[in-house]
Design a binder for this molecule. Sequence first.
Ligand SMILES: Cc1cc2nc3c(=O)[nH]c(=O)nc-3n(C[C@H](O)[C@H](O)[C@H](O)COP(=O)(O)OP(=O)(O)OC[C@H]3O[C@@H](n4cnc5c(N)ncnc54)[C@H](O)[C@@H]3O)c2cc1C
Length: 291
Amino acid sequence: MIFDHDVVVVGAGLAGMRAALEAARNGADVAIVSKVHPVRSHSNAAQGGINAALGKDDSWESHAYDTIKGSDFLADQDAVEVMCEEAPNDIIEFEHMGVIFYRNADGTLGTRAFGGASQARTYFVGDITGQALLITLYDQILKAGVKVYEEWFGTTLFVENGVCRGLVALELLTGELHLLRAKAGVDAAGGGGRLYEPSTNALICTGDGYALAYRAGAPLMDMEMVQYHPTTLAGSGFLMTEAARGEGAYLLDANGERFLKKYAPAKMERRARRHLACRDDGDRGGSRPQR
Ligand SMILES: Cc1cc2nc3c(=O)[nH]c(=O)nc-3n(C[C@H](O)[C@H](O)[C@H](O)COP(=O)(O)OP(=O)(O)OC[C@H]3O[C@@H](n4cnc5c(N)ncnc54)[C@H](O)[C@@H]3O)c2cc1C
């Protein structure tokens, strides 16, 4: 069958649902397509929290600097700037939507410290921050009238004259193929962590979004930027939340030594995480990429 909408979003994780909500708020007829029920999206796995410079001694510039430094100065600085400037309002907005963030005894929003952050600016809901955000956003998109095509598998972007005009999707329950036509498409189909082993990612994280875009002719960039999490358990791929380090946990080597004193003596366990393309250069303000 053919379905017509103004905007089709592939992916109903935090990215896709937030984009769908914004488009719907601006009057568009929006469809969102997900191969799993939206609240089973992998955003569900995010435990530790979400960063924003809301504290009275904090600033978005400091958040942006920490983020760029943590990326070894390789991040897209314009994108970081937008993210850090908008994050405080997003936290407040999520609260107003119904996310019950942790609060201090005096009723103010509470924070924890995350790796690479010069301030405790991580807002959280116990160890289920991603789930809390996901469920709240799902409520909001339903309220905003977004049409949800769940357990539909996007197979091909529908491209007309070089512009994405929708998606071909397989309805998993019936095996039928459908065309969702739209004026604009958003590809928010998540990451490809399952290309690696072990991985903290769920089995659904197979990089379909990259493949959809690539097959439609879009170049992919920064594909080497895959992150190692320092507290992934070898073997199982089970993730111990970053909050453990924020709350004071130590990383020890096989000899029981806090080995980070050799590499990051100032920040120790609160050093920013690494990605595959960088070697560690301690606390000296960044390392060179190894491509
Ligand atoms: C264990 C873990 C802990 C984390 N903790 C934190 C944290 O504390 N703080 C933080 O900021 N970040 C954290 N992250 C990272 C964060 O969770 C992710 O970056 C973010 O949730 C990704 O959101 P997303 O919407 O892009 O993707 P996802 O949530 O993965 O959503 C992808 C969506 O695309 C859909 N989809 C995929 N392929 C198709 C297809 N072919 N057809 C139709 N639909 C498709 C899926 O069904 C899903 O709805 C953590 C990640 C992990 C794995």
